[in-house]
Design a protein around this ligand. Sequence first.
Ligand code: DOR
Ligand code: ZN
Length: 340
Amino acid sequence: MMLTIARPDDWHLHLRDGAMLEAVLPYTAAHFGRALAMPNLVPPVTTAALAAAYRQRILDAGAGDFEPVLAGYLTNRTDPDDVAAGFRDGAWRAMKLYPAKATTNSDHGVTDIDSIRPVFERMAEIGMPLCVHGEVTSDDVDIFDREAVFLDTVLTPVREALPSLKIIVEHATTRQSVEFVEAYANTWASLTPHHLWWNRNAIFAGGLRPHAYCLPVLKREEHRKALVRAAISGDAKFFAGTDSAPHPVHRKESDCGCAGVFCAPTALSTYAEVFEREGALERLETFTSFHGADCYGVPRPTETVTLVKEAWTPPETITAGEHPVRVFRGGESVAWRVEA
Ligand code: DOR
Ligand code: ZN
């Protein structure tokens, strides 16, 4: 069986920098035409000038006709004029809200959501999307509840105060996020292959599995099912964003392991497998290739890729500089292969 679809875009991707960028970029560029590059570098991409420079480093890493699209990193001190100027000039297309300390390299993130209200207002005015890492960071809140509590206590007030602001709930992991997105206009969610594939048992399957640790953390099966239902529904509010997030193996297999799943090599195959299991392959293309482009206001892709139903075994690791990076579903049988 073969399936040809419009070339997908990845609307949530960690490309990193330097040797890691060079190692991981070809895997994304092989399957995706564009990707929204996340700004949680060290130091983070907080200004339009830094975004333009990072965009150039990605292009210099040599990815053929792959097109990086940049997201900027919001801080308590983000300047609304710089946001608008960068949007106008194409340096960046979206801003990312990381609650401070929510995840990898989010230390400079926003601690006081009210302090950046003027930025949100400007973004609403110019039609610039807000990408949200939707988790509260308080130790008092159970880690499995942090997304749902964020929706109630942080995002709902913003959503209701600025109905015209485009909001994307990044890497949605719960039924509550699906319902939030369905309930409000101008609200979308990106969905990752690993949150569609695994539930939280994967973190503890026969022992502690650091390579299944990501943020937001995997949730119960009930939530995974809600995400799958949303993905295959055909609803234009849900689209692909892989959150492929490479870390060297030694940083994951550690006393305090990093969060992130490197899924770029198997992301598209996994989306296809999920849709096929649900008998929804005919809706794969709109999810991977159209809904995100429509949300971000860019033309739908014109190139295509072909998927073949042919089992293959991805490598367990790839090498970045001197370090191995574990591949999502590496060493397992994967049902769909993307034709070169
Ligand atoms: O698992 C994750 N890894 N979640 C994030 O939000 C950040 C990412 C990373 O940068 O490694
Ligand atoms: Zn991410």
